[in-house]
Design a protein around this ligand. Structure first.
Ligand SMILES: [Zn+2]
Length: 298
């Protein structure tokens, strides 16, 4: 089919950019003091048996990582890196606590989507008056890393904005650089280009992927928990290439239950832009190969 293209071995510039971006994050955000206060936020009952293990190797020296339930960890597991927690808290005391609750969010929402876990954590913390400082501290932490980009999380500013909004923190309490960022983001959204992921018919009907346009990582696109749009820089008319990397495929039921079909796939496609600002990505999986296609909508 014209426009369809598959690439199982795409290990191009985009992937390296993605990995490089993560490496920069790891290098710049070195972290420290596991601060666990008592009598503050506690996990909901169904998550109280989740083991919390200190293991910087498991987190790949990030602050935390979550395993969904497995035979070995029937309740799932959260791994934290105390060294990173200490470094985070050294800059903004109490901020590292947010990341623990974010990890619980992955389990509560049964998702690997970072934005979903962030929003869950922000709402949980906002409901506990004693956690105000955790939210304030983590906003400052994200603003410090404001322009650092990671395709799974967006920029530090994106994350700060997401947390501030989900927690219902009024703009008057936002750090000043965040207010400025929110204004410029709104302006971009008003005249920018967006892409969505369309759900195909058939068993494999949902996906999550990192999207690159012309080999520049743009962000995380998903239609698993909800159909989200991703903002793009304005595309010049002409030929462009799109890469989908770290693609995870699912079958989702109308009830919301999802089962994983495949992970770690890649695909690439080219398309001709006429300068329209709404794009849709279609994907197909035949059990072995993933193909993607881009269509301009209007
Ligand atoms: Zn996460």
């Amino acid at each position: 089919m014209p426009g369809w293209n598959n690439d199982k071995t795409l290990l191009g510039y985009c992937v390296r950019q993605v990995l490089y971006g993560r490496l920069i994050l790891l290098l710049l955000a070195s972290f420290g003091v596991a601060y666990r206060s008592h009598g503050q936020w506690v996990p909901p009952p169904e998550l109280r048996n989740v083991p919390i293990l200190n293991d910087c190797k498991m987190t790949r020296h990030g602050v935390g990582v979550t395993l969904q339930p497995t035979v070995f960890y029937p309740n799932g597991a959260i791994f934290l890196c105390p060294e990173r927690e200490r470094a985070i808290d050294a800059r903004h005391p109490g901020a590292s606590r947010f990341f623990l609750i974010h990890e619980y969010g992955h389990l509560a929402m049964r998702t690997r989507e970072e934005a979903v876990a962030d929003e869950w954590a922000a709402k949980q913390l906002a409901a506990v008056p004693g956690e105000r400082n955790t939210l304030r501290a983590v906003l400052l932490h994200f603003v410090d890393d404001g322009i650092l980009f990671d395709p799974l999380y967006g920029t530090g500013f994106d994350r700060a904005l997401r947390v501030a909004r989900a927690a219902g923190i009024g703009e008057r309490e936002w750090p000043l650089p965040l207010i400025a960022y929110a204004k410029s983001a709104a302006a971009r959204a008003a005249n920018g280009t967006v892409v969505t992921l369309r759900s195909p018919d058939g068993y494999t009907n949902a996906a999550q992927m990192i999207i690159c346009f012309d080999r520049q990582p743009i962000g995380f696109l998903s239609n698993v928990d909800e159909e989200k749009t991703l903002e793009l820089p304005k595309l010049a008319p002409g030929r462009h290439s799109v890469q989908a990397v770290e693609v995870w495929l699912y079958h989702t039921e109308p009830s919301g239950i999802k089962s994983e079909v495949a992970r770690g796939l890649r695909a690439e496609a080219e398309f001709e832009s006429t300068g329209k600002n709404r794009l849709a990505i279609d994907f197909r999986f035949d059990g072995e190969d993933l193909t993607i296609r881009v269509e301009e909508l209007r």
